[in-house]
Design a protein around this ligand. Sequence first.
Ligand code: CDP
Ligand code: CDP
Length: 227
Amino acid sequence: MKHITIAIDGFSSTGKSTVAKQLARHLGYVYVDSGAMYRAVTFYAMQEGYITKHHFNKDGLIANLKNITISFKFNESLGFAEVYLNGENIENQIRTLEVSSFVSKVAEVSEVRQKLVEQQQVFGKHGGVIMDGRDIGTVVFPNADLKLFMTASAETRAKRRFSELIERGETVTYDAVLKNVEERDYIDTNREDSPLVKATDAIEIDNSNMTLQEQFNKILELVNSIN
Ligand code: CDP
Ligand code: CDP
């Protein structure tokens, strides 16, 4: 079986990372969470004061991008790679609603995208990679062997994300999560650089009414059909 490249794009909370992790385990592939990289840059910008509630010092962040090193380290017990910022494990700290509320603004910045896309392309150099995000099939791996585009209604997605955040112990309301999901959908699809669009050769999967198992089975079938 050849080691293919699988690009999974789509809206927030459509189950991209869940199915990507399942597939990576099943196929023995590497999974790369590109969203975690944008979240890591956002976390850095918050820590360094380039982002506050009322201001985003974009130029300050751009001037300091060279000081950001993002890496992934496989965690055996979790079964996936966690993200590190300048050597520090920040996997849990980047999943908060606060980081989610700023990340799409950071992801609009072309200099940020350029730095992260370069690193993502290195990760995918040898195939056997599953990467999820917003521009994987369009920009990062335009020649990916399989491209998926995941959708589901905003309400379904917000319910899923709300449950996740509550499970993590965050104090959030469903309305705040829905607002964040809708805001990110808007910014991600309308930005100038690498907007979220379905690649012409991507297969669209609406999983509003699919269980995780159904979604995994369907995608595995697609993988097997090209392998
Ligand atoms: O997990 P969730 O779907 O909420 O988001 P994520 O995959 O962690 O991505 C967080 C944000 O990063 C997105 O809303 C986008 O603004 C940005 N992103 C991007 O612009 N391009 C990517 N390839 C991945 C994420
Ligand atoms: O990576 P992305 O933001 O697209 O979504 P995710 O983090 O994989 O999934 C968000 C949440 O939705 C997780 O808690 C999944 O278990 C859940 N989900 C679900 O219940 N049913 C699906 N068909 C897809 C995702």
